[in-house]
Design a protein around this ligand. Structure first.
Ligand SMILES: [Zn+2]
Length: 372
């Protein structure tokens, strides 16, 4: 493995917004002080003015490719899109996790982590996975799974009417007990009720994640342009919001109203799957471009896919340029290109700029390069 020196890039360091110029040094798969590297023996990568950031993390994807209808190939939404870590959000439950490891985690160059569905079946046998309480994973099963699998980062609960049937918040109450026993966060998907958010939010604790937070369906987080009290209380006690764009779960107008009034940060994720990869979602960088268009700064957007998911999932080795951590790097450009970018409500914004991946480095190795 060759040492790398990344030169002539514009650095976006989520830990230090003032750092812009300089060299990134990589040795034996880790970030090092560049002065430690012998220039003669290193590969010098001239970035020619491209942006360089710690490897991007997408905390909501569906990549259980051959076992679920929604699954796409991990590397298609990972390294070839400038994303070095992806987190599958509940495609697998405990019954299928060995298959998920063998078919996806072991076969991908992208780092694949996962939220384990609170339903034993996950999405393998369909998308009504919480209709039958007998399918809920037990505390014992969860303990076994989490102690054997360092790739597991939390528990996923999808709380839409179509998913829970007549169970209401019961699956969430059960997931709460399980998550507390093993001390991991819950990722809760919100959508069409019931259950309604005033019942859901009080059950969430600091560190839990609400995905699809900015969906445009009725009974969402805002009422008359203000957060409903239960959502405001949740944010104040440290519950985290996540975009989870998806086919039906991201509204420009909801995020614009939220941005005007509230300073809370959120993670940016795609909920990318077979039904939206070629449609409104496209990729993580397309989703990030939409936030640029709404007026978020590039520094804040990069934070939302690096340091914020790192903290949310308590990842030690990803999401920063800290010396000694794994050298995952996302190199990208913002090109001039007229595009019509759609949210999940079918609303279009015209943009003249587009984020485009250029080089992806994983574990200190260049694993993908754009051919343009
Ligand atoms: Zn999803």
């Amino acid at each position: 493995m060759e040492d790398l020196l990344l030169v002539n890039g514009i650095i976006i360091d989520p830990d230090n917004s003032k750092r812009k110029n300089g060299v990134i040094g990589i040795q034996k798969g880790k970030f090092v002080d560049p002065s430690q590297i012998e220039t003669d023996s290193a590969e010098i990568v001239d970035l020619k003015g491209a942006f360089v950031a710690p490897g991007f993390i997408d905390i909501h994807v569906h990549v259980f490719e051959n076992s679920t209808f929604l699954g796409v190939k991990a590397d298609d939404v990972g390294i070839s899109q400038g994303v070095t870590t992806i987190v599958d959000a509940g495609s697998s439950g405990v019954d299928y996790y060995n298959t998920f490891k063998e078919d996806v985690i072991y076969k991908s160059e992208t780092e694949v982590l996962a939220f384990l569905n609170i339903s034993r079946k996950g999405l393998v046998e369909g998308t009504h996975e919480l209709h039958n309480p007998e399918d809920l994973m037990s505390i014992y099963e969860a303990k076994q799974a989490f102690s054997r699998n360092p790739s597991l980062v939390g528990i996923k609960v999808r709380l839409s009417r179509s998913v829970v049937g007549n169970q209401g918040v019961l699956p969430l109450l059960h997931a709460r007990k399980v998550a507390d026993q093993i001390n991991v966060p819950l990722m809760v998907h919100i959508g069409n009720p019931p259950p309604y958010l005033p019942e859901v939010f009080p059950i969430l604790k600091k560190g839990d994640i609400v995905t699809h937070a900015f969906h445009g369906k009725p009974h969402g987080i805002l009422e008359e342009n203000e957060l409903i009290p239960e959502a405001k209380d949740a944010l104040d006690r440290g519950v985290l919001f996540d975009i989870g764009h998806g086919s039906a779960s991201f509204s420009y107008s909801i995020l614009e109203q939220f941005k005007k009034r509230y300073p809370y940060t959120f993670t940016t994720s795609t909920d990318i799957h077979s039904q939206n990869i070629n449609d409104s979602v496209g990729s993580l960088m397309v989703t990030m471009t939409k936030l640029l268009q709404l007026g978020y700064t590039l520094q804040d957007i990069v934070k939302s896919v690096t340091i914020l998911p790192k903290r949310a999932l308590q990842l030690k080795d990803q999401g920063s340029f800290a010396i000694g951590t794994t050298a995952d790097v996302s190199i990208f450009r913002i090109i001039q290109q007229e595009s019509d970018l759609k949210d999940a409500e079918g609303k279009t914004k015209k943009t003249s700029k587009l984020m485009k991946p250029e080089i992806t480095i994983r574990n200190g190795i260049i694993v993908w390069k754009s051919n343009q």
